[in-house]
Write a protein that binds this ligand. Structure first.
Ligand SMILES: [Zn+2]
Length: 398
């Protein structure tokens, strides 16, 4: 049997098989959350496969503190998270010894199984699920209107028609514009402009998606009521292809720079990862996710929560953006494009989010596990540092 890391372009079923196989081998109980549409009908994937999120718990079920690991909120970023989850299950005994009596590990695998199946960031509703937890769901194009720069970029970010020739034109225009602006400004602009409209790359949605509601249910069912700490790491690979030799991954937080939450995040993860907030650092413009807000809302009042998004790959933003819009354009009108063209667009997504590079794939689990190890030792050794950590008010949308 082929090792998962050697499958060039793993499909949704292969990520589910990897996780479920590892859980079975570890004799870990798995709870299944099938993905449905709003009417409750189960959704099927691209190859007509069953779609579900799976949750398992390692360690003492009654532990005071919880470390939550969530994967594939952006479906196309899921395979690395699947490798991590399987590795944790394969090393169950060792992991549980490390966790001790006071910490349990909750792993929620493939939060966005539709996105995993179609190898896209989006949910079946066309929503970026990592932007969907905001309390406000903006209508209209008010955010696009904020920036004339964005309006000029939009036709190249969201082309209505694609061919090999027009691709060259759009990529060239994006590249040319990137020469006149810093990548931070471009990312900021993209983030603002893309949230408001369906079909755009960061579309927030008009209401909570099925994925959003399922995640909240998972948190509600799994959360402990007694006081304790919930640490959360949401695994992504959305920042391009390079797993650098320097500090990686990147740990992104939604907390304001200088806040006690941000300082604690820096203290916990700063020795093994670069840490940045939405407001400072060179990656700020990407406007990291909002899944933390599901935890703010659903965890009982006595719980202390500190969440972060963990990103693998810290270059090639433009590669990532162009791969996403190309794939999205094809998915919007599948009949218009040949199977060859559709396959090509999907493979280019993999090349960004789960590159066919054995060195990259070999480094994924160790890089992520270093961050997890820091979370666990933080819970063991620095518990007093968590006092005063609060759940911030919902950040403003712009
Ligand atoms: Zn992501």
């Amino acid at each position: 049997m082929k090792r998962f890391s050697q499958i060039p372009y793993p499909a949704a079923r292969e990520t589910a098989d990897l996780f479920l196989g590892a859980a079975e081998g570890a004799r870990a109980r798995v709870d299944e959350y099938p993905l449905t549409d709003a009417a409750g009908t189960p959704l099927r994937g691209r190859n007509d496969e069953f779609l579900a999120t799976h949750v398992t718990v390692l360690g003492n079920a009654d532990a005071r503190d919880t470390l939550w690991i969530t994967t594939a909120l952006h479906g196309c970023e899921g395979p690395a998270g699947s490798m991590l989850a399987a590795w944790l299950l394969n090393h169950r005994e060792q992991i549980e010894r490390t966790l001790g009596r006071d910490i349990r590990l909750v792993i929620a695998h493939n939060l966005n199984p539709w996105g995993v199946s179609h190898f896209t960031r989006f949910t079946a509703e066309g929503v970026d699920p990592n932007r969907n937890f905001r309390r406000r769901f903006p209508g209209s194009d008010r955010y696009c209107a904020l920036s004339p720069d964005y309006r000029r970029l939009d036709p190249h970010l969201n082309p209505q028609e694609l061919s090999l020739l027009t691709e060259v034109w759009h990529v060239g225009m994006m590249w040319a514009k990137s020469k006149f602006m810093t990548s931070k400004r471009i990312m900021r602009m993209i983030a603002l402009g893309q949230r408001a409209d369906k079909g755009k790359l960061l579309y927030v949605g008009r209401e909570p998606t099925q994925t959003n509601q399922m995640i909240r249910e998972i948190i509600r069912q799994r959360a402990h009521a007694a006081p304790g700490i919930d640490l959360h790491l949401d695994i992504h690979t959305g920042l391009g292809t390079r797993l650098t030799k320097t500090k990686e991954p990147l740990v992104l937080t939604i907390y304001p720079p200088g806040s006690s939450e941000q300082r604690l995040t820096q203290k916990l993860y700063g020795s093994v990862a670069e840490v940045a907030t939405t407001k400072d650092g060179k990656w700020s413009g990407s406007d990291v996710g909002t899944i933390e807000q599901a935890f703010f809302a659903e965890l009982p009042a006595g719980r202390t929560y500190l969440g972060a998004c963990v990103e693998l790959g810290t270059v090639s933003i433009m590669d990532a953006v162009t791969a996403v819009w190309r794939h999205q354009t094809v998915m919007r009108r599948p009949k218009r494009y040949s199977a060859w063209y559709a396959d090509r667009s999907r493979r280019q997504m993999y090349n960004v989010f789960f590159p066919r590079n054995s060195a990259w794939r070999a480094e994924v689990v160790p890089a992520l596990y270093r961050v997890i190890g820091q979370a666990v030792s933080g819970l063991h050794d620095r518990r007093s540092a968590f006092s005063g950590v609060g759940r911030p008010a919902y950040p403003r949308i712009s």
